[in-house]
Design a protein. Structure first.
Length: 60
């Protein structure tokens, strides 16, 4: 018996499952805005270090 067809179909279905999962999580991340502005967290973190009476706070 030739086992190449069952193993090929199994591998293609596994690859299809992985690609479908990756696309689903990519779509979910784009939809939630997680990849919209990747520069924002570092600036937000820098703003957290400023004291409350800093002049940059009044520009907001």
């Amino acid at each position: 018996m030739d086992y190449s067809y069952p193993s090929v179909f199994w591998m293609y279905s596994l690859m299809g499952l992985f690609v479908t999962g990756a696309l689903f999580f990519l779509w979910r991340a784009i939809r939630s805005g997680a990849v919209a502005n990747d520069e924002a967290p570092k600036y937000r973190m820098l703003d957290d270090d400023l004291p409350a009476d800093h002049p940059a706070e009044s520009r907001r």
